[in-house]
Design a protein around this ligand. Structure first.
Ligand SMILES: Nc1ccn([C@@H]2O[C@H](COP(=O)(O)O)[C@@H](O)[C@H]2O)c(=O)n1
Ligand SMILES: C[C@@]1(CO)OP(=O)(O)OP(=O)(O)OC[C@H]1O
Length: 160
């Protein structure tokens, strides 16, 4: 059995009165992440971890922000497609561990639902999806609530 790890990172700007999608869940807040898709920073970091593990490039390579097909799209759809891409190379996704860096709101109450949505989109069991969060202790652009950051790692495996 061969195993590989992947790492992903993403950042999105926060705008007032904008929907805030995180892990496929709409979070109640006065501002939300802005982007070409639904700007789900958490799912984007996970997509990049998956693509990185399988050496398949990055999310912008597969889903360019110049392509109208991806405008406003649910990032969970992109995640399912990333899993298909790595499955096509013979890889199976093992687990995902992700970290959100977000000053507000507290996302702890949303984590079980996020795990369910991500697990369903990625074909994983909920126990193989870990989501954690931290504030940036009021420092920098995250601390000023100008943006949100996410990091993710994953493991993939195949028979040689
Ligand atoms: N947006 C966030 C940030 C943090 N949490 C939870 O709060 C705990 C404490 O965070 P600190 O940054 O103050 O250490 C953290 O461990 C998370 O469980 C959260 O839910 N949402
Ligand atoms: C997902 C895509 C495509 O809609 O758009 P955004 O929502 O702007 O997200 P980003 O993290 O900049 O990366 C890839 C993009 O091509």
């Amino acid at each position: 059995m061969k195993i590989k790890v992947g790492f992903g990172f993403d950042v999105h700007q926060l705008k007032e009165d904008h929907p805030f999608m995180l892990g496929g869940v709409q979070v109640a807040h006065h501002s939300g992440a802005f982007g070409h898709s639904d700007a789900d920073v958490l799912v984007h970091a996970i997509c990049d971890a998956l693509l990185g593990a399988a050496n398949l490039g990055d999310i912008g390579h597969h889903f360019p922000n110049t392509d109208e097909r991806w405008r406003g799209i649910s990032s969970l759809v992109l995640l399912t497609e990333c899993v298909r891409l790595l499955n096509d190379k013979g890889w199976t996704l093992g687990n995902v561990d992700a970290m959100l860096c977000l000053e507000a709101p507290k996302i702890k109450p949303y984590i079980p639902q996020m795990k369910e949505h991500i697990a369903k989109a990625a074909g994983l069991s909920v126990d193989d999806v870990s989501i954690k969060a931290t504030t940036n202790e009021t420092m920098g652009f995250v601390g000023r609530q100008e943006g949100v950051v996410a990091y993710a790692v994953c493991l993939i495996e195949r028979n040689q």
